[in-house]
Ligand binder design. Structure first.
Ligand code: GDP
Ligand code: MG
Length: 370
C-alpha cells in the first residue's frame, strides 16, 4: 500500500503517535494520528526519527523464514530433538529423568541441573541428543498447528502392565499427523504383570508395526525405575537420527522456537528457546512473537551461563521486552528498529485477528485447534 496511518507508522517505529503528528506539523503537514500519509512523507518521518527506512508494504515487514533457504554447502550435522509422549503414569517423567542420568557431562561436572523445559544429553559415544520435556498433547498439537514442528523423533512410552490407553492412541495420532518417526519404549518391564508382547500386538491395531512384527518401527523394552534398556533406547534414537540426516546451518543469524516462557521475579521475562538454525549469541538483537529484545544472558540446562548456542540447543534467554507464547518464533535481526518494527506489526496483526475472527461455534473452535 502507498498510504499508512500516522498511528500505524508510529507503532512500527515504536514511537508515540503524538510525536509523529508534531513532527508532521513542523514539516507543514497538519494531520491527526488516524489520517493517512503517503509513502514519501512516511519515509521522511522515519529518517527524521533516526530509524532505518521501513518497508511500508505489510508483506515486507514480516520475516520470511520459509523462503530463506540455506545453501546445501552451509549445512552441518545437528543433534536430534526428541519428545516423549504417552499415557499418564506410564513413566514419561521417570524415563526423561533416567535418560538425563545417562548424561556423561553432568556426571563429570556434578553440575546442578535446571528445569528449562528441555535438556541435552551427551552419550558415551559423544553424540548429543536434545530432549524436550513432555509438552502434553495439546501443547504439541498447538505448536504443530502454528508451524512449529520442532520434534525430530517421538518416543512413545507404553507401560507394559497397562498396555495401550486413550492417551497412547492420541499420541500415536499426533505423531502420525506430524509425520515424525516414532520409537516405542515399552516401559515397566521390571513388573511381574508386564506383558510387552501384548503391547506390540495392540499397536498393530493402530498401524504401528514394530520391527519384531515385520514392520519398521523400532521398539525397546525399558524400565525407567530399574534403569534397564536405556543404552539400547539411546542407540535406537541415534540410529533413527542417522536415517533422518539432520542438518542445519550454524553460521547465520539465529532462528528458534519458544518452548516455554515466563515472567521471572528477579530476571524479568525469560524464554526457553530451541535454536533451529544459526547461532544465538549474547548481544544479538531479536524479535520473538510480538516481543523484541537483545540477548542479555543465556543459561543452559546445566545452569551455566553461555555466550552462544547453536542448532538444536535449548537455552534460556534473558533480555526480552515481554513474555512470548510457546511456539513463537525467534529471529535475530540486524538492528533494534527492525526488531521493533516486526514485533509491532505482529502485535497489530494479533489484535486484528482477535477482533475479527472469533469462532462462531464449537466446530470452528476445534478446527482452529487441530
Ligand atoms: P508420567 O505420568 O508418564 O510422567 O509417569 P511417571 O514418570 O510420573 O511415573 C508414574 C509412576 O510409574 C510413578 O510412580 C513411577 O515411579 C512409576 N514408574 C515409572 N517407570 C517405572 C518402571 O520402569 N517400573 C516401575 N515398576 N514403575 C515405574
Ligand atoms: Mg509426568
Amino acid at each position: 500500500p502507498e498510504a499508512i496511518t500516522v498511528q500505524e507508522l508510529a507503532n512500527r517505529m515504536a514511537e508515540k503517535g503524538a510525536d509523529l503528528v508534531k513532527a508532521l506539523f513542523k514539516m507543514g503537514n497538519p494531520v491527526t494520528v488516524n489520517q493517512t500519509i503517503d509513502q514519501d512523507t512516511a519515509e521522511l518521518l522515519v529518517t527524521e526519527f533516526g530509524h532505518n527506512i521501513l518497508r511500508v508494504s505489510d508483506s515486507d515487514v514480516e520475516i520470511d523464514t520459509a523462503s530463506d533457504v540455506d545453501a546445501p554447502e552451509t549445512l552441518q550435522a545437528r543433534a536430534p530433538v526428541v519428545t516423549i509422549m504417552g499415557h499418564v503414569d506410564h513413566g514419561k517423567t521417570s524415563l526423561l529423568d533416567a535418560l538425563r542420568g545417562t548424561d556423561v557431562v553432568s556426571g563429570e561436572s556434578g553440575g546442578i541441573t535446571q528445569h528449562i523445559g528441555a535438556y541435552q544429553v551427551k552419550t558415551k559415544g559423544g553424540e548429543i541428543i536434545t530432549f524436550l520435556d513432555t509438552p502434553g498433547h495439546e501443547a504439541f498439537s498447538e505448536m504443530r498447528a502454528r508451524g512449529a514442528n520442532i520434534t525430530d523423533i517421538v518416543i512413545l512410552v507404553v507401560a507394559a502392565d497397562d498396555g495401550l490407553m486413550p492417551q497412547t492412541i492420541e499420541a500415536i495420532n499426533h505423531t502420525k499427523a506430524a509425520g515424525v518417526p516414532m520409537i516405542v519404549a515399552i516401559n515397566k518391564v521390571d513388573k511381574d504383570s508386564a506383558n510387552p508382547q501384548r503391547v506390540r500386538e495392540r499397536l498393530l491395531e493402530h498401524e504401528v508395526v514394530v520391527e519384531g512384527m515385520g514392520g519398521d518401527v523400532q521398539d525397546v523394552e525399558v524400565s525407567a525405575l530399574k534403569k534397564i534398556g536405556l543404552d539400547d533406547l539411546i542407540e535406537k534414537i541415534l540410529l533413527q537420527a542417522e536415517l533422518l540426516e539432520l542438518t542445519a546451518n550454524p553460521d547465520r543469524a539465529a532462528e528458534g522456537t519458544v518452548i516455554e516462557a515466563k515472567l521471572d521475579k528477579g530476571r524479568g521475562p525469560v524464554a526457553t528457546v530451541l535454536v533451529g538454525r544459526g547461532t544465538l549469541r549474547v548481544g544479538d538483537t531479536f524479535v520473538v512473537g510480538a516481543e523484541s529484545g537483545k540477548v542479555r544472558a543465556m543459561v543452559n540446562d546445566k545452569g551455566q551461563n553461555i555466550k552462544e548456542a547453536g542448532p538444536s540447543s535449548p537455552v534460556e534467554v534473558l533480555g526480552l521486552s515481554g513474555v512470548p507464547g510457546a511456539g513463537d518464533q525467534m529471529s535475530v535481526v540486524e538492528n533494534e528498529a527492525r526488531a521493533r518494527e516486526v514485533a509491532a506489526y505482529r502485535a497489530e496483526q494479533a489484535t486484528k485477528k482477535r477482533t475479527t475472527a472469533a469462532p462462531t461455534n464449537f466446530e470452528s473452535m476445534f478446527s482452529a485447534l487441530s
